[in-house]
Design a protein around this ligand. Structure first.
Ligand code: ADP
Length: 402
């Protein structure tokens, strides 16, 4: 089947057209700066060079139509007619407590998705906008919502309940939900494949380290704990997000600086983390470069980032009661040997030991970087969330589409 995978943000649409018979992305790209001046469509067919087109793209409907037109265009297209698209899989960030799996999109489902906006006001509205745009442009094509949260649905209550009055869980759904589900699922399944064992027999920790970052503990393929919480702000320190923090700190700063709720939220989400400590950048590469030339606080930012990651690996090994594999993925996890080295420092006692030569070689490609005698396998595995979304979409619409 040919499945169009869409990931819609506030001002961007990322897409891939995936052929699930071969698992090849026939084309991938993005529309950025939607609704701003000089929107850009970047499009890469699998067998030709990337093209960039500047255009005035006012809204998500416009953006989806641009994507569809380039997919069928004589020069840059990869299909002849949009009727060749068998189904669309949409990334939806928050599935709340109700969605333990991906679901077919229906008018009733749209009502349920709108009700979830309260839980994810920064993400779900854009995902819904993308779905609405697609329903207008491809009214006959079946669509599926694939949630970031559903992998974590079986997490036990002792992992998802916060230490605040229980009534807030009942009243507002305040609990840990967890995110990055398709990525954690893809890389844990791949790690099991590489070990030649069923994922159901393995204890795996997956570290998704991108602009957003989260760690998940999977026991037999089931997420039993994950570092992001009610929102993607909790857990690891990230490029611009604080991660774990004493909640009293933000109350204190808001009182002292007379910040509004919005400003407090922006402080923790946009001005904290690597950029907050280093004052340089949220990009790990730039912070490492600055540390190399002794820029004040750059090394400190890297040390905090890696120390916290190491603590999570230790904590999740305890939560799992053992460990078979550790996986690094996403932009930082796939590309930064320095971060991987610092993250596993002093973890030999858990059986985690990496081969530095292999670690340095593993830049953006799938590799087992463990030392020969390590008790735990450590892998670098480039993530492929889109493939998980495409496969789920095929599984759900399979019998009637195509
Ligand atoms: P997103 O969460 O937006 O999907 P990615 O997974 O693409 O993010 O990761 C983007 C981040 O990856 C960048 O902010 C950058 O810090 C990091 N990154 C990319 N390449 C490297 C590299 N060679 N070394 C260190 N970090 C890198």
């Amino acid at each position: 089947m040919k499945i169009l995978v869409l990931n819609c943000g506030s001002s961007s649409v990322k897409y891939q057209l995936i052929d699930t018979d071969s698992d090849i992305a026939l084309a991938k790209g993005s529309v950025s700066r939607i609704g701003m001046s000089a929107s850009v469509l970047t499009h890469k067919p699998h067998d030709r060079a990337e093209v960039k087109v500047s255009a005035e793209i006012l809204d998500h409907i416009n953006a989806v139509n641009y994507v569809l037109s380039i997919l069928v265009s004589p020069n840059h297209g990869v299909i002849k007619d949009k009727a060749e698209i068998d189904a669309v899989g949409h990334r939806v960030v928050h599935g709340g407590e109700q969605f333990s799996d991906s679901v077919r999109i229906t008018p009733e489902l749209m009502t349920e998705l709108r009700a979830l906006i309260e839980l994810a006001p920064l993400h779900n509205p854009h995902n819904i906008r993308g779905i609405t745009a697609c329903r207008q442009s491809l009214p006959e094509v079946p669509m599926v919502a694939v949630f970031d949260t559903s992998l974590h649905h079986k997490m036990p209550p002792h992992a998802f309940i916060y230490g605040i009055p229980y009534v807030f869980y009942k009243r507002y759904g305040i609990r840990r939900y967890g995110f990055h589900g398709p990525s954690h699922r893809y890389v844990s399944d791949r790690a099991a494949d590489l070990m030649g064992k069923p994922v159901t027999d393995l204890k795996i920790i997956t570290a998704h380290l991108g602009n957003g970052a989260s760690v998940t503990a999977l026991d037999g393929g089931v997420s039993i704990d994950t570092s992001m919480g009610f929102t993607p702000l909790e857990g690891l320190m990230m490029g611009t997000r604080s991660g774990d923090i004493d909640p009293a700190v933000i109350l204190h700063i808001m009182a002292r600086e007379e910040l509004s709720l919005h400003e407090g939220n922006t402080l923790l989400n946009k001005h904290s983390g690597l950029i907050g400590i280093s004052g340089i950048s949220s990009d790990v590469r730039e912070v490492i470069e600055a540390a190399d030339v002794d820029h004040p606080n750059a090394q400190l930012a890297i040390d905090v980032f890696c120390y916290r990651l190491r603590k999570y690996i230790g904590a999740y090994t305890a939560a799992l009661g053992g460990l078979d594999a550790l996986v690094f993925t996403a932009g930082v996890g796939e590309n930064s040997a320095v971060i991987r080295t610092l993250a596993v420092e002093r973890l030999e006692f858990l059986g985690i030991r990496i081969d530095e030569g292999k670690n340095i070689d593993a830049i953006g490609r799938e590799m087992d970087i463990s030392a020969e005698d390590a008790g735990v396998r450590t892998f670098v595995i480039p993530t492929n969330e889109e493939l998980v979304i495409a496969r789920d979409t095929e599984r759900i619409v399979g019998p009637e589409a195509g």
